[in-house]
Structures are given as C-alpha cells and as structure tokens.
Design a binder for this molecule. Structure first.
Ligand code: HEM
Length: 177
C-alpha cells in the first residue's frame, strides 16, 4: 500500500489568507451590527477559538505518540497521517488565526496594548504559536515518514501546550500585574 497521504487542498498560505479575510469580515459585521455589545460577542468568538485551538494542540501530540508505535507503510500509519493532516488543516490552523485576530482586536480596542498581564500573555501565546509551528512541521515529517522523535519525547512534549495554557488563562483572568 502507498503510505503517502496527499490532501487535495490549496496551499497553506492561501488557506491562511482566506481564514484571516473571513475572520476580519466577521469582526467588521459584528462591530457594525452589535454596537455596544461587540466586545462581548468578539470575546465569545475568541473563547470558542481558543477552546478549539487548545483541543487540537493537546490531541495532535497524542496522535504522534500512537504514530510512533505503528509500522511505516501500514494501514494504521496511513490512517494516522490523514487524521493528523485534517486536524491541522480544519481545526488547528483556522482556530489559531481566529484566536489571534480576535485577541489582537480586544488588546487594541480596550487595553491599547497596555498592561503587564497582557504583555506576559502575548509572550506566552507567541511561545504557544511557536509550538504550533513545530507541530505543523511534525505533521509534514510524519507524512513523509521522517519523524525524528521517540514516543517518550512526544509524551513529554504533549505537556508543553497544557502548561502554557494554564499560564495564559491565569494571566488573562487574574491579571496579577
Ligand atoms: C492569540 C493571541 C491572543 C491574544 C492577543 C489574546 C488577547 C486577549 C484579550 C485582550 C482578552 C480580553 C481580556 C479581558 O476582557 O479582560 C482575552 C480574553 C481571553 N483570552 Fe485571550 N488572547 C490570545 C490567545 C489566548 C489563548 C491561547 C488563550 C487560552 C489558552 C486565551 C484565553 C483567554 C480567555 C479565557 C479570555 C477571557 C477572559 C475573561 O473574560 O475574563 N487567549 N484575550
């Protein structure tokens, strides 16, 4: 059986541009149609996006843990490649873009990018986005059967998004500084 999983889709840059354009259009429509309430509607969208993003960030490394223990070229490997690529393309990437666009709008419109908690949160979200980039590269590596990490390493890496999430949520809700 051919072990390569080849999705039929536009390039990542085109998909990212479409997701940004659609999110900005939704933001503009919400601001125009819900004067006075726009912030709460956009914050709701932000929270839905981060739940989706985090669900994917916690699940993808679990798929990698399973992928490490199946034989290259096996039907299980082909199945996992498809699951990993669809999770990245359909959930993780759009959710990250919506979280960034809505989050930056809130940070600008109400907080003017001021506040120690906000700067701390942005720093942790940048690290989280770097982890996202690493997971995205790893989806490609698994698709081409050239993953370099052991099952144990993926189990440890699986904890990184969870730890970042805890720090981010405490910073934005407690606002300790
Ligand atoms: C992607 C870049 C992000 C930016 C620029 C950003 C920025 C913001 C801003 C400015 C608020 C409004 C805070 C308030 O109204 O008090 C907010 C709300 C929130 N953010 Fe983010 N955020 C981002 C990503 C995330 C991530 C990754 C998480 C969780 C892992 C998260 C969790 C939350 C939560 C739970 C709220 C609601 C807080 C509340 O209403 O008390 N955000 N975000």
């Amino acid at each position: 059986m051919n072990s390569a999983y080849r999705p039929r889709a536009a390039s990542p840059a085109v998909r990212a541009a479409i997701a940004i354009a659609v999110t900005v259009a939704i933001l503009a429509a919400v601001i125009a149609t819900t004067p006075g309430q726009a912030y709460l509607w956009i914050k709701s969208l932000h929270v839905v996006a981060i739940i989706s993003w985090m669900a994917g960030m916690l699940y993808l490394p679990r798929l990698f843990v399973n992928h490490c223990s199946v034989a290259v070229g096996s039907p299980e490997s082909v199945l996992l490649k498809g699951m990993e690529q669809r999770l990245l393309r359909i959930i993780l990437n759009p959710a990250m873009i919506i979280a960034w666009v809505t989050g930056l709008w809130m940070a600008w419109s109400v907080f003017g990018f001021h506040g120690g908690w906000l700067h701390g949160k942005l720093a942790l979200v940048l690290v989280l986005s770097g982890v996202h980039g690493h997971l995205s590269a790893s989806v490609r590596a698994f698709a081409e059967d050239r993953n370099r990490y052991s099952e144990r390493t993926w189990r440890v890496l699986n904890e990184v998004p969870a730890l970042l999430m805890i720090g981010i949520v405490v910073l934005v809700i407690v606002k300790p500084f």
